[in-house]
Write a protein that binds this ligand. Structure first.
Ligand SMILES: [Zn+2]
Length: 426
């Protein structure tokens, strides 16, 4: 049955004035947008008082399947994504086995299809087993359905390997995503190296561990004349390097996670292991620079780096706990509360950072906007609704969020993917 959204206040990345219209969805497509479309027996959603965003796209999630289904599966991760307002997610290859051959890619696509909620697009590894030595078969991975390549979890630390990876990626036109971290500089650090790490007696990761790889990859991308996408940027200095590179026409894009625009290393005084992430939480100056970069577009998109871990693992001491926090279900609330409500970015910029730009970066031409002829991927958000993050309400298999207990303003009401309602709040 066709789906009709009445009183739809659309928020698109372009600056077109917001005005309420009706949206008719037929099959998987936005068929018509007009001032008033008769109900005609269609299934109707009244969106009065809510906002209509293009379906959100997260280019950085960890689904843990295959290998660690106790932390997250394609099914539980898809449910968490739908609840968080995401209609498309890209899953990172640091699974077990690693996503480095067609067979693993096909397995993920098949399972995602069986689950049938959000679009799950696999990211293949840059090197076999993510060992940083031998390149994977980029032709095979693209053919099998990989949307991008990354060794996320670690950087490709050998510059020659990265150079070759960029040359091949350019040849087949596939995006490379870099986790910027020099392993020798970050060594065994567990938090940002600075005043707080000294105070707490925890081993630090210096900012320069991130920026040397940011600078190297920008240089390589410039030399080879190809594009590079930098994952989870966390530093003021990284922002400066990217801003300069962009001003020189170098094809670099970047993302930042909600935790890197909301939290500082100060929070680690609580020793909450859910605050242990990689890259680590940085200083107030860095947080302000990330916000500024999201405002001016130096950082193109918001990506969650959703990284589920079990309670048992996170109950270890800070030194030994694994890195990462979940993020799919809190991204909208945090972005609206910390960025939109505080007037750092507009609603249109939020649509740009969470849907339009991610779609552009990965080349999804029929996604990222609420427009006639586009895919019917739509996220309906109640901007006024306040809610408190509760552990028992996460649908993700893991609950490792430092935001539990925090009250957020802005809540996903309905998620529509491919013309089907895949999530509805109340
Ligand atoms: Zn990473």
């Amino acid at each position: 049955m066709p789906l009709l959204i009445k009183n739809a206040m659309m928020v698109n990345a372009d600056k077109a004035a917001r005005q309420a219209q009706d949206i008719l969805i037929e099959k998987e497509t936005i068929a018509r947008i007009a001032a008033s479309i008769p109900a005609n027996g269609h299934q109707v959603i009244d969106a009065k008082g809510k906002l209509i965003f293009p379906g959100l796209i997260d280019i950085h999630t960890h689904l843990r399947q295959p290998g660690r289904e106790d932390k997250e599966t394609i099914e539980s991760g898809s449910k968490a994504a739908a609840k968080g307002g995401f209609t498309t997610i890209l899953c990172m290859p640091n699974t077990n086995p690693v996503i480095d051959n067609a067979m693993v890619v096909e397995g993920i696509i098949k399972e995602a299809k069986r689950v049938g909620l959000v679009n799950v697009l696999p990211i293949g590894a840059i090197t076999r087993g993510q060992k940083g030595e031998e390149l994977t078969d980029v032709f095979e991975l693209k053919e099998a359905g990989c949307i991008a390549l990354s060794d996320d979890g670690k950087a490709v630390s050998n510059s020659q390997v990265m150079r070759r990876a960029m040359e091949y990626a350019k040849m087949v036109d596939i995006l490379l995503i870099e986790h910027c971290e020099d392993p020798h500089l970050s060594s065994c650090g567990v938090m940002h190296e600075g005043y707080i790490s000294t105070l707490l007696g925890l081993k630090g990761i210096p900012g320069v561990a991130e920026t040397v790889i940011v600078a190297r990859d920008i240089e390589l991308a410039n030399y080879i004349d190809t594009r590079i996408h930098l994952a989870h940027m966390s530093l003021k200095r990284s922002v400066e390097l990217i801003r300069l590179a962009k001003s020189q026409g170098i094809k670099v894009t970047a993302e930042a996670g909600p935790h890197h625009f909301t939290l500082t290393d100060e929070a680690i005084k609580s020793f909450d292991t859910n605050l242990k992430v990689n890259p680590p939480l940085r200083t107030r100056d860095d947080v302000e620079a990330i916000k500024e970069a999201l405002k001016d577009g130096t950082i193109d998109c918001i990506a969650t780096d959703h990284a589920p871990h079990t309670l048992e693992e996170k109950e270890l001491e800070f030194d030994h706990a694994p890195v990462g926090m979940i993020g799919l279900e809190t991204a909208v609330g945090l972005t609206m509360t910390e960025l939109v409500e505080k007037k750092v970015i507009t609603l249109e910029q939020m649509a740009e950072r969470m849907s339009f730009k991610p779609a552009q970066i990965i080349g999804l031409k029929s996604k990222g906007q609420v427009k006639e002829g586009f895919d019917a991927d739509i996220t309906i958000i109640d901007p006024k609704k306040e809610w408190t993050v509760r552990k028992e309400e996460f649908v993700s298999k893991s609950k490792n969020s430092p935001f539990i207990g925090r009250t957020l303003k802005g809540c996903v009401a309905t998620t529509i993917c491919g013309g089907r309602i895949i999530y509805q709040n109340d």
